[in-house]
Ligand binder design. Structure first.
Ligand SMILES: [Zn+2]
Length: 79
């Protein structure tokens, strides 16, 4: 949806983008990582059928998650 501007469910092009910092949105659009780190999630909503896709759009946030993913791999050695 984000990439081709077409709903993957109903093929409508009647889409809306809702940013994570959209004034009417609430905490649901924020991925809480730590007490000091929020990652904003942008939603793409098809206003024809209601299907919704969520994307993390800031490259810095993706890098942050990539580093966190490496850290959790350490738990695979935990016995
Ligand atoms: Zn749709």
């Amino acid at each position: 949806m984000k990439l081709n501007n077409t709903c993957v469910k109903c093929q409508s092009s009647n889409l809306r983008k809702v940013s994570g910092n959209f004034p009417l949105s609430d905490k649901n659009n924020i991925l809480k990582i730590t007490a000091f780190k929020n990652i904003y999630i942008t939603s793409y909503v098809c206003v024809e059928c209601g299907f919704m896709e969520e994307w993390i759009e800031k490259p810095a946030d993706l890098e942050y998650l990539a580093k966190k993913a490496d850290e959790t791999d350490d738990f695979s050695n935990f016995v």
